[in-house]
Write a protein that binds this ligand. Structure first.
Ligand code: PLP
Length: 400
């Protein structure tokens, strides 16, 4: 406690963040997660910013499945997987995820952040090339940093640039090449062109790795993900993803792929070897979620109906959105202070959503991001649309 300068320099940096409007306060919720939440002050808010795509986070069936697994398997394992931390429920979930994703085997992690952090270093070295989309998630970027492979970066979703980088890696004589992308990019709701990526991978003899965190459970006809959506089921080498978004929303991550890949990760992946087992109640609830969404596409269908309705109506009112079909809907306000004021006004009107501005998104691309859920009722969406209209008029975004 003798280095006062350290603490005052931190405080200065925090003050700078606050001054720039980039400080992130935590919103405190006093209820379960859901399409409506109760704030700490007792106000009820319609929630338009959770990754709760299928509405399962606070869902009673999910909670009951977790409670049943809690009762059967206990609270935790006090162990990593390979010592004494693997229960039948973990193996069952790994099997169910493999079948759901259409791959041979799956390894569980405490988070997708860990899955991505631990997937590159055991599989690739300085002889190899990692060719990565410029807008990939922070955890992919960190995982790639931990690996000695040569790094190539292509402009977001730009297939011509991807091909250029594949050629450069080929010219450099790299042994294995792996193309790495988010299945869906969460800032724009952009869906990666996996059909084109797979075609390029085949042409250049490259592997493919896709992070399906914003896709598993609801993209594609039966919700398997972006690979199903793009018609390349069975053609992706490695899929990583989270249990913390659509698939129940607690926490946990996974990597799926060929047996040789998953076996290697079980032997060498550091976040797996040196971090505790996923809590059995999460494994049990995730298993129940997979069963539920494999039996029926009802939740997925409702999510896509809600998304189509909201996208159509918000444009009809006069707002500009990024075109697309994903439940992430960026409502463009362009100007950072306007986006900030807009989100604050929506909060007063009882709607929870988040504003994004530079440096999180490019300069002049400030926005509020809406995320639809299967749990939203039409009535809730109409209330939100009315609030958009009111705030839009008040702030001069829409004509009065
Ligand atoms: C949310 C997210 C993660 C992190 O998931 P956690 O399980 O919460 O660690 C990783 N990748 C992408 C693309 C994400 O959107």
């Amino acid at each position: 406690m003798s280095d006062q300068a350290f603490y005052s320099s931190l405080q200065q940096k925090l003050d700078t963040l606050k001054g720039e409007g980039l400080f992130k306060p935590e919103r405190v919720i006093a209820s379960r997660q859901g399409s409506e939440v109760v704030a700490q002050d007792g106000r009820t808010l319609i929630n338009m910013c959770a990754n709760n795509y299928l509405g399962l986070s606070g869902d009673e069936e999910t909670v009951q499945a977790a409670a049943a697994a809690l009762e059967t398997y206990g609270y935790g394992l006090s162990s990593v997987r390979f010592i004494c931390g693997t229960q039948t429920v973990h193996k069952e979930l790994e099997g169910a995820l493999s079948r759901f994703l259409g791959l041979e085997d799956t390894i569980l992690y405490a988070a997708a952040f860990d899955a991505n952090g631990g997937v590159f270093e055991p599989l690739f070295d300085e002889n190899d090339a990692i060719i990565s989309d410029a807008l990939n998630h922070a955890s992919l970027i960190d995982g790639i940093r931990l690996c000695k492979a040569a790094r190539y970066r292509y402009a977001n979703n730009d297939m011509a640039d991807l091909e250029k980088q594949l050629q450069a890696a080929t010219d450099a004589g790299k042994r294995h090449k792996v193309i790495v992308t988010d299945g869906v990019f969460s800032m724009d709701g952009t869906i990666a062109q996996l059909d084109k990526i797979v075609a390029l991978a085949e042409r250049y003899g490259a592997l493919t790795l896709v992070d399906e965190s914003h896709a598993s459970g609801f993209m594609g006809k039966t919700g398997r993900g972006t690979h199903e959506h793009c018609g390349v089921l069975g053609k992706i080498d490695i899929i990583t993803g989270t249990l913390g978004k659509a698939l129940g929303g607690a926490m946990g991550g996974f990597t799926a792929g060929r047996k040789e890949v998953i076996e290697t990760l079980r032997q060498k992946s550091r976040p797996y070897l040196f971090s505790n087992t996923l809590a059995p109640m999460i494994a049990g609830a995730s298993l129940a979620v997979l069963e539920r969404i494999s039996k029926s596409t009802e939740l997925r269908d409702r999510l896509h109906e809600n998304t189509a309705y909201f996208r159509r109506e918000i444009e009809r009112i006069g707002f500009t959105i990024k075109p697309g079909t994903h439940p992430v809907v960026p409502v463009m306000l362009f100007d950072a202070p306007v986006a900030q004021k807009f989100a604050a006004r929506m909060f007063e009107l009882g709607v929870l959503l988040s504003g994004f501005f530079y440096p999180v998104v490019p300069m002049g691309q400030a926005r509020v991001r809406v995320q639809l859920s299967a749990a939203h009722t039409r009535e809730q969406l109409d209330t939100v649309l009315k609030a958009f209209e009111q705030a839009g008029r008040e702030l001069g975004i829409l004509e009065a």
